[in-house]
Design a binder for this molecule. Structure first.
Ligand code: FES
Length: 136
């Protein structure tokens, strides 16, 4: 049943670093699974936990939030807020019956196209291993 399973991944990428990193991966023709749907946000700190829950509610198998490395946020401390916020949300996901491995927070700079491609590949492989998610 799960051999043709392709997880749906939603990626919230900060405009200044991670989105540019994804762009580098694309323009450099690096291979990574096409399962991710990217939503560009001004900063990882802009991602409301409700966005993540809405993604899961609407059938996403995994959600990735990616921003500038700590200390590099263009709005000073947006990524510190995101890091704290999503550490709490991961525990809450367990409470909702959603495996916390389905939510990832990663830092990717504008020059790390390779890292972005590897991160998406790794996350997709992990979600494939977890299998389809039952609806909330
Ligand atoms: S601007 Fe990139 S995480 Fe804040």
């Amino acid at each position: 049943m799960t051999e043709n399973y392709k997880p749906k991944v939603i990626g919230f990428l900060c405009n200044w670093c991670s989105y540019a990193g994804a762009d580098v991966a694309g323009t450099s023709r690096m291979k990574y699974p096409p399962n991710i749907r990217i939503i560009r946000v001004p900063c990882s700190g802009r991602v409301d936990p409700l966005f993540v829950l809405k993604c899961f509610q609407n059938g996403a198998d995994g959600v990735l939030i990616s921003g500038c490395h700590p200390g590099d946020c263009h709005y000073t401390d947006g990524n510190y807020h995101a890091r704290r916020r999503f550490a709490l949300l991961r525990d809450f996901l367990d409470y909702l019956g959603i495996d916390k491995k389905r939510l990832r927070v990663e830092w990717v700079s504008a020059s790390e196209g390779q890292r972005f491609a590897e991160m998406v590949s790794d996350f997709t492989a992990e979600l494939t291993k977890l299998g389809p998610r039952s609806k909330v």
